[in-house]
Ligand binder design. Structure first.
Ligand SMILES: Nc1ncnc2c1ncn2[C@@H]1O[C@H](COP(=O)(O)OP(=O)(O)OP(=O)(O)O)[C@@H](O)[C@H]1O
Length: 114
């Protein structure tokens, strides 16, 4: 129980740090805050609502991982280097793909609803 609590504290520190320092994370947190009531209002059944919320959480989680990779790169190798650029581009591509997934799910749910 204590280990679980300590793990949660680490995650909470990460959430707060990310929200304080990263504009992209703040933007996606705002999208989640808007998406939560929108998903509930949109209806379409329980699984549609879950898919809408999961897509936003997935996107936010990927943004945190992308930020972690960027920070690690900048800390370990502050100078510019082609391989650091590739690593950051790969992490960015991962985050981008989750944004495409979220857009697909939201557009499909909206088309289906209206
Ligand atoms: N040290 C570096 N060496 C080489 N290229 C770099 C370096 N730092 C950044 N880049 C290039 O600039 C891009 C943007 O990196 P940056 O660290 O500024 O992230 P960002 O602007 O927050 O991008 P995003 O959040 O869209 O992934 C990287 O994807 C990479 O192509």
């Amino acid at each position: 129980m204590t280990a679980l609590y300590l793990a949660f504290l680490n995650s909470w520190r990460g959430l707060v740090f990310g929200a304080r320092t990263e504009r992209a994370i703040r933007l996606e947190l705002a999208l989640l805050a808007l998406g939560l009531p929108a998903a509930l209002l949109l209806g379409g059944g329980l699984w549609v609502r879950v898919a809408l919320l999961v897509s936003l959480l997935l996107m936010l989680g990927a943004e945190f991982l992308n930020t972690a990779v960027e920070k690690l790169c900048d800390h370990l190798h502050p100078d510019r280097h082609a391989r650091i650029g590739i690593v950051k581009d790969l992490a960015s591509a991962g985050a981008f793909l989750t944004q495409v997934i979220a857009a697909l799910i939201w557009v499909t749910a909206l088309i289906d609803r209206f």
